[in-house]
Design a protein around this ligand. Structure first.
Ligand code: F3S
Length: 386
């Protein structure tokens, strides 16, 4: 793999041991995946930020690092809201450990924004190379924004952040971004016919690790976010295309639909919905957009929730939409920043959780040890307020 003079100096340890180790990670990855060189990145998003997922070993590894990031970098959701952890039932022991993790990342120069939707907080442009690690963020960056990132692990995203480059392979190369399987969504009149979390859940299972080309749908940006997050969770989809909607489908190269084709029928979409009783509701997976907060505030207006209702969001988005946050919280729901359904231990105590997200529907049973029900945002509000 080609390295320029400075890269070689970093690799030989002239910029310190931490940078040397980080360069070794990038070179090893590049060799495994056949990268010809490193490509400069605009930003990094680093997973492995919740103490629930990285534990003591991860914390010790972070504490031994001694360098700062070279590009704007943020974290994936952590295990609790930094300021209000008591409000969601986090133990003092967990909070202390989580704060140590945060302190370790802060020392590395990482911005303490802990979110899977970093694209709401800074500009990410078509063609930008990135090193992002959370699967829904990766999917959104590649598919909706037309930026380019592989799905990085926590250490490789951190290595890229410190060097300011990443190995140039996989989805960084245009030739690897072609659609491989057509997935047509049957049109229907069913009440869940446009639930893009459910469609994504089924499409991800059908696509596996192929790049899907979805047809017969016209999702909005928020719906694309839900669709991609679910496909990344039930399958291994880091890039998808929606005919006539996502930016790369407007290029002549994408004119042909892949010949391998699957149809998702309306009856399949309806079949994943149920009406089992739940003891908590959680929305905001991926973290809510300003529009989603606005919609939720109007759905909850004049109502009171009668069970735990969490709304997950990036702190920066929460702080710039306090009017909606106040309206939502007037109902008794809690708008929670920095953390999420899956990486926080707060959800583990419930028997059954209702979500509006195909990704949460995939992950909650294993990651939180509870049953899960999926519904629309309206159904989630009805369930919590009736
Ligand atoms: Fe984000 Fe957590 Fe869902 S990281 S996509 S809110 S599982």
């Amino acid at each position: 793999m080609y390295l320029d003079n400075e890269d070689e100096m970093i690799l030989s340890g002239e910029y310190g041991e931490t940078r040397q180790k980080m360069m070794e990670i990038l070179v090893a990855l590049g060799k495994v995946f056949g990268a010809e060189d490193l490509v400069p990145i605009s930003s990094a998003q680093i997973s492995g930020a919740s103490y629930k997922t990285i534990g003591e070993w991860g914390l010790e590894w972070l504490n031994n690092l001694d360098a700062r990031v070279a590009v704007p970098s943020v974290l994936n959701p952590i295990g609790m809201p930094r300021d209000n952890w008591r409000e969601i039932g986090i133990s003092k022991e967990f909070a202390e450990k989580q704060n140590e993790v945060i302190k370790a990342y802060k020392k590395l120069g990482i911005k303490l924004e802990c979110t899977c939707t970093p694209y709401y907080l800074s500009n990410t442009n078509y063609g930008d190379h990135l090193a992002w690690s959370e699967s829904s963020a990766v999917s959104y960056a590649n598919s909706v924004l037309g930026a380019r990132t592989n799905r990085e692990g926590g250490p490789s995203a951190l290595a890229a952040a410190m060097i300011g480059k990443t190995p140039n392979y996989g989805l960084h190369l245009f030739k690897n971004r072609m659609p491989e399987i057509t997935i047509e969504i049957e049109k229907g009149e069913g009440k869940h016919s446009s639930h893009f979390g459910a469609i994504g859940y089924l499409a991800g299972k059908a696509a596996g690790n192929k790049i899907p080309f979805l047809t017969n749908i016209r999702p909005s940006r928020d719906q694309l976010k839900a669709l991609g997050a679910a496909m990344a969770a039930s399958g291994a989809v880091a890039l998808y295309h929606v005919k006539g909607i996502t930016p790369e489908t407007k290029l002549p190269t994408f004119a042909e639909e892949p010949s391998e084709k699957i149809i998702i029928e309306q009856s399949e979409i309806e079949s994943i919905f149920s009406d089992i009783t739940v003891d908590a509701v959680a929305v905001g997976c991926p973290h809510c957009s300003p529009d989603e907060l606005a919609r939720l505030s109007s759905l909850l207006e004049g109502k009171k929730v009668n069970k735990t209702f969490f709304v997950f969001v990036a702190k920066g988005v929460k702080n710039s939409n306090l009017e909606y946050v106040m309206k939502i919280e007037k109902s008794g729901a809690k708008v929670v920043e920095d953390t999420c359904i899956v990486v926080s231990p707060a959800m583990d105590k419930f028997d059954t959780v209702m979500v509006d997200s195909g990704k949460a529907f995939s992950y909650v049973p294993n990651m939180c040890g509870c049953n899960v029900r999926i519904g629309t945002l309206e159904e989630c509000v009805d369930e919590a307020t009736s």
